[in-house]
Design a protein around this ligand. Structure first.
Ligand code: OOG
Ligand code: MG
Length: 254
């Protein structure tokens, strides 16, 4: 087994068994390209178990997120059908190491999109937009990592929940976003925090996805957290309200 395949097994097992692991970069340097290769190999293990690729997530597209984790480059990861959580449903806390949740905007692709695209071209490939939340769960101890570590770990992506879809032909450049825990606001922000306009995250996603054959019609793309993430505790209900788009919620079970 090559080193990359071994690393993919380690990170995949850590996710599957909700067990924290040491950072790969503690044992020596790891390049960004190698890190994405590990991510791809660990995705292949999941596809072999029957999961289906349904889209990608963009990460560290807002200042608040970059500051929270101390990494300041845009990253991306894969979304599978097994990661989707039911809107208004619940998740099981013990299936994660130390889960956090963050308010996002989701895109549903109407057409394939790959490589360099203008914001207008990217928008024309969008079927719908929706309020969303991503559950992130770094597999690394203490939620601490360097850029290559987090990339190898599917950019911390662990789950996602999506609210009602809306038409994309509306101004979503600067929508108020509030994330509440049991009715109490814990994070307040705006869609403008996502690279100045969430469509820029889709432009970045198109470029990133060129390395894996492009974004596909029917895929979901998460634009990235607009605010810092909230650490989840058992018993909480978390709801994100996005101006004009509606809300999305999830409860945290044992
Ligand atoms: C890295 C993933 C970042 C986002 O939306 O910015 C991310 C992390 O915070 O662990 O998903
Ligand atoms: Mg995110």
């Amino acid at each position: 087994m090559t080193t990359l395949a071994h690393a993919a097994q380690v990170v995949d097992e850590a996710a599957r068994t909700a067990t924290a692991i040491p950072q790969f970069t503690e044992n020596g340097p790891l390049g960004v390209e190698e890190a994405y290769a590990i991510q791809t190999l660990s995705l292949e293990r999941r596809l072999a178990r029957g999961e289906k690729l349904v889209g990608i997530k963009m990460g560290l597209t807002s200042r608040a997120k970059m500051v929270q984790v101390g990494v300041d480059e845009v990253i991306w990861g894969r979304l599978t059908d097994a990661m989707r959580l039911e809107e208004g449903g619940s998740l099981s806390h013990k299936r994660y190491v130390h889960p956090r949740i963050e308010p996002e905007i989701a895109f549903l692709m109407k057409r394939d999109l790959s490589g360099a695209a203008s914001p207008a071209e990217a928008l024309s490939a969008v079927e719908a937009i929706a309020p969303a939340m991503e559950v992130i769960d770094s597999r690394y101890r203490n939620f601490k990592f360097a850029l290559p570590d987090v990339i190898a770990d599917n950019s911390s992506s662990s789950g996602f929940v999506i609210g009602n879809w809306s038409r994309p032909d509306q101004d979503f450049s600067n929508l108020g976003m509030v994330m509440e825990v049991d009715g109490r606001p814990v994070q307040i922000g705006s869609s403008a925090a996502i690279l100045g306009h969430p469509i820029r995250s889709l432009v970045a996603a198109s470029r990133a996805a060129a390395t894996i054959g492009g974004l596909k019609a029917g895929w979901i793309v998460l634009a990235g957290g607009a605010t810092a993430a909230h650490p989840l505790s058992v018993g909480e209900t978390v709801r994100t309200v996005v101006q004009n788009l509606g809300s999305v919620s999830i409860s945290v079970g044992e």
